[in-house]
Design a protein around this ligand. Structure first.
Ligand code: PMP
Length: 420
């Protein structure tokens, strides 16, 4: 393979290793979102080539998918630069032993960074698991209660409903409130909730990804020994959260913090150790906590990617800063919907509208297919609402740049002007 000068115009992006030259992508196809930015990637190859990549917007779309979802571009580029030879180890993170010192440093840093992002106290364990949030629907009751125990579920969307249905197999759950008859458009007032004084836990879904309903505040279980449990899959790390209000938080990574395949559980340590006898070893949180998430082979590459995202969120100034950006993005999108004189409509009560998932319908529903097609031509993809609700949904997670939301809003206004 002929070596090409890195300084030559249009030279392929070259990573030099101790033995060979590896061609990555040509510089002209390195994906970026803003044409003016320059990225500096520090390669981990032994020759320590520094590659300056001219940013190009052409290759990447604005991806409004609900998850797996868009990831921060600088994180993707860093992962690309480290893919072949991580920090001079001579191998990719995908090839490392999960018990070796290199991977240990990766998982320990990921945990430490997540702890500082969310200010997670020492009396909480942080677990990097597999099986997605859906597995936690079973693992939560299996770990937190005995078969006959009562637990409460506050259901504000279909994920909470699924969690409740799964819990029925392992304990005695009760839906204390459901928004189903109203098509999940609100969170109830906490004052009127009929909480069970004996419930071992109260389960909520902090952000219902499909319906776009987000808790802005949290209910307190009425059993003094009960705990609040939250599925935070779709708003994890989108804003600061007081972890101490919860006994357990779980979140699939594939929306805000990484690729699918990793599920993060944050659990108060005193709740561990009481799993039901039938609990499969892979669902027993104590076993994972005692083994620092290395009881068996964890999703190593996914954990590495989550670590890069956590590092990036810290560099952005932490979750207070991230929340400000998310607030701004959601604000301009909801304003555009509300100011469209009914052409677009978001059914969710204003006080609990999600900062992450923005569902909206078109007054003229016959235009939906055209809306999606035209948006796709403009490189804005995955705007179709969930199959169970229809309409549109723009998921605007942490990694969706403001420019993506501004482009969508401009497109929506233009589409309305053409079709009003
Ligand atoms: N809970 C919520 C809030 C979700 O959005 C999802 C996935 N979209 C799930 C649970 C299920 O997650 P998984 O597919 O990772 O099991």
């Amino acid at each position: 393979m002929a070596a090409t000068s890195l300084n030559a115009p249009n030279a392929p992006l070259l990573q030099k290793t101790h033995q060979t030259h590896v061609f990555l992508k040509p510089i002209s196809t390195i994906p970026c979102q803003t044409s003016a930015k320059r990225f500096c990637i520090s390669c981990s190859a032994t020759t320590q080539d520094r590659l300056s990549v001219q940013s190009q917007s052409q290759d990447r779309v604005f991806n409004f998918a609900a998850g797996p979802a868009t990831l921060p571009e600088n994180v993707l580029l860093k992962a690309q630069s480290e893919l072949y030879n991580w920090h001079g180890s001579g191998m990719s993170v995908m090839e490392m032993s999960h018990r070796g010192k290199d991977f240990r440093s990766i998982i320990e840093k990921a945990e430490a960074d997540l702890r500082s992002l969310l200010n997670i106290p020492e009396n909480y364990a942080v677990l990097f698991l597999q099986g997605g949030a859906t597995t936690q629907f079973a693992a939560v009751p299996l770990n937190l209660c005995a078969p006959g125990d009562s637990v409460d579920y506050l259901v504000t969307g279909s994920w909470g409903d699924k969690a409740f249905k799964e819990a029925k197999k392992y304990c005695n759950p009760k839906v204390i409130w459901s928004g189903k008859s109203e098509n999940y458009v609100r969170v109830p007032s906490f004052d009127g909730l009929e909480l069970n004084p004996n419930a071992k836990y109260l389960h909520i879904c902090a952000n219902e990804t499909i319906y776009g309903v987000e808790f802005k505040d949290y209910p307190v279980p009425c059993n003094p020994n009960g705990v609040l449990v939250a599925d935070m899959s779709s708003n994890f790390c989108s804003k600061p959260v007081d972890v101490t209000k919860f006994g357990l938080i779980y979140a699939g990574a594939q929306k805000n913090v990484g690729p699918s395949g990793v599920c993060i559980v944050i659990v108060r340590k005193d709740l561990l150790g009481n799993a039901q006898e039938i609990t499969p070893v892979m669902l027993d949180y104590k076993i994972h906590a005692d083994n620092n998430s290395l009881y068996n082979t964890p999703p190593c590459y996914g954990i590495y990617m989550c670590g890069l995202v956590f590092e990036d969120l810290l560099k952005q100034g932490g979750l207070e800063e991230v929340e400000k950006k998310n607030h701004k993005k959601a604000g301009i999108l909801y304003n555009a919907i509300d100011e469209s004189k009914g052409f677009y409509r978001c059914p969710v009560e204003k006080s609990v509208r999600s900062m992450m998932n923005v569902p909206f319908t078109l007054e003229k529903s016959e235009l939906e297919a055209e809306f999606l097609k035209e948006a796709e031509k403009e490189k804005m993809v995955q705007l179709k609402g969930h199959r169970s609700v229809g309409g549109m949904r723009a998921s605007i997670y942490n990694a969706m740049p403001l420019a993506g939301v501004e482009k969508l809003v401009a497109f929506m206004k233009d589409f309305q002007a053409k079709h009003a």
